[in-house]
Design a protein around this ligand. Structure first.
Ligand SMILES: [Mg+2]
Length: 230
């Protein structure tokens, strides 16, 4: 008996990388006007890579992508010789643009239908804001790694979702694109799993998801077949 469905967000409900690249370009333009020595020294990609440097220095904060971006910006400002830097203003430029995503066409109609049969929640490692994106009405709640202090595949996020849904893990199906974060993580927490493989990649190895789909259009038949098998 399936009672609830949890969804990954980035690359499951929308393409994220073109949007992140655009957000990084807009941030770069903003910096060019206010703190020109930063973009003179760093391309948008080099600025992103500073986040990896921060992650390596603070692995215990790796789950918090907002903090990592802000720390990377602070680091870039210090290295460019700026004593005072408006990190909140800079992050806001990135954050607003990062949430200008375009959900795949089937997302809203599918989730509206599923919401009449199941409890729905979202579980994300990223910092998407469903209110800005306009999908918050579809979910009972949205958990992200920053709220919980741990990122997928850590079972903590899945356990917290199960607790808030008041549904046993084996009655929850997790839907996501990332084999490690979404499929292994959810399976280890006792959830059923559906791998969304929009780009038709090969499975990287290890225990497979309980089902594989290309778009969310294929999700309801999978769930119905499971329900009928009981
Ligand atoms: Mg994803």
């Amino acid at each position: 008996m399936i009672k609830a469905i949890t969804f990954d967000l980035d690359d499951t409900l929308w393409d994220i990388w073109p949007v992140v690249e655009r957000a990084e370009e807009l941030l770069h333009d903003w910096l060019t006007v206010r703190y020109p020595r930063i973009p003179e020294r760093l391309t948008p990609l080099e600025l992103r890579e500073l986040s990896s440097e921060v992650t390596a220095a603070y692995p215990e904060r790796a789950y918090d992508r907002t903090w990592l971006r802000k720390e990377a910006l602070n680091l870039a400002a210090r290295r460019a010789g700026y004593q005072a830097f408006d990190v909140e203003g800079a992050f806001e430029v990135f954050f607003v643009a990062r949430n200008a995503v375009e959900p795949f066409a089937e997302v809203r109609p599918t989730l509206e239908r599923l919401g009449r049969r199941y409890l729905l929640a979202s579980l994300s490692n990223g910092n998407a804001d469903l209110r800005l994106i306009g999908l918050d009405d579809l979910f009972a709640f949205s958990l992200n790694a920053i709220d919980i202090g741990a990122a997928k595949p850590d079972p903590l996020l899945f356990k917290e979702a199960s607790r808030r849904l008041a549904v046993r893990p084996d009655q929850i199906v997790h839907i996501g694109d990332d084999p490690e974060h979404d499929i292994f993580g959810a399976a280890r927490a006792g959830f059923r799993t559906v791998w969304v493989n929009r780009t038709c990649r090969d499975w990287p190895g290890g225990p497979k998801a309980d089902a594989e789909i290309v778009t969310l259009d294929e999700l309801e038949p999978v769930l119905t077949a499971w329900e009928e098998r009981g």
